[in-house]
Design a protein around this ligand. Structure first.
Ligand code: PGA
Length: 239
């Protein structure tokens, strides 16, 4: 099975360093004949018409569910079309919790980008207080985040990212990932990623978990050499 490796830049990198990053990853993927799927999510200001090989997709971290209009500070599909972007992250915990996106808006975005045939990486994950309540509460919380989401959509990828593990250096244990992914897999046939403090030194054990189809990585992937190492590890596991 193909693995998926996604790098989420969040609010990092400039146009110039994004170009360097994308070109370096593209060169590596081509040279090494990488067969896994690689995604890069730059900031909106660094999107461009990158000439990448077919295993690499460039996606948007966010967009408003419109073609265009009056939504100050947002971008719509007209701006994404200019760069041929057809991939988007929806439901990331930073948008849910810091930017206060409601479930209602998230479902609206999902439906809109689905109807426009985007590949969607849809993120779910429980905050620390829910984790403390135990497995039953975690599952209930995650299932609530899937409500209203068409899980049969063919261009869907789901990412399980515990909120307490994002950018904190704390990773869910292999046992917890295995158990939670196992339950999610009973409901979801789409590929299922893990995210939350994935680094070069833990990616191998995470990718070795059967129910993990790939990883969504933030800080651990922002240096070219680190993301390349992750792509290499994933490729070796495939062989
Ligand atoms: P992190 O972020 O790898 O820095 O924890 C993951 C994410 O937010 O997707």
């Amino acid at each position: 099975m193909k693995k998926i490796l996604a790098s989420n830049f969040k609010t990092n990198h400039t146009r110039a360093s994004t170009k360097n990053f994308v070109e370096a990853i593209d060169k590596f993927v081509k040279q090494e004949g990488i067969t896994n799927d690689v995604f890069i999510f730059p900031t909106a200001t660094s999107l461009d018409c990158f000439d990448v090989c077919e295993n690499i997709s460039i996606g948007a971290q966010n967009a408003y569910p419109v073609t265009d209009g009056s939504f100050t500070g947002e971008i719509g599909t007209a701006q994404l079309d200019e760069f041929g972007i057809k991939t988007i992250l929806i439901g990331h915990s930073e948008r849910r919790h810091i930017l206060k996106e409601s479930n209602e808006l998230i479902v609206k975005k999902y439906d809109f980008f689905k109807s426009n045939n985007y590949k969607i990486i849809y993120c779910i994950g429980e905050p620390y207080e829910v984790k403390l309540e135990g497995m039953e509460s975690i599952i209930e919380y995650l299932f609530a985040q899937l409500e209203g989401i068409d899980l049969t959509y063919k261009n869907l990828i789901v990412a399980y990212e515990p909120v307490w593990a994002i950018g904190t250096g704390k990773v869910a244990t292999v046992e917890d990932i295995n158990e939670i992914h196992g339950v999610l897999k009973q409901k979801i046939t789409a590929p299922l990623l893990y995210g939350g403090s994935v680094k070069t030194d833990n990616i191998e054990e995470i990718l070795k978990i059967d129910s993990v189809d790939g990883v969504l990585v933030g800080s651990g992937s922002w240096k070219i050499e680190n993301f390349i190492e992750m792509i290499e590890v994933a490729e070796q596991l495939r062989n």
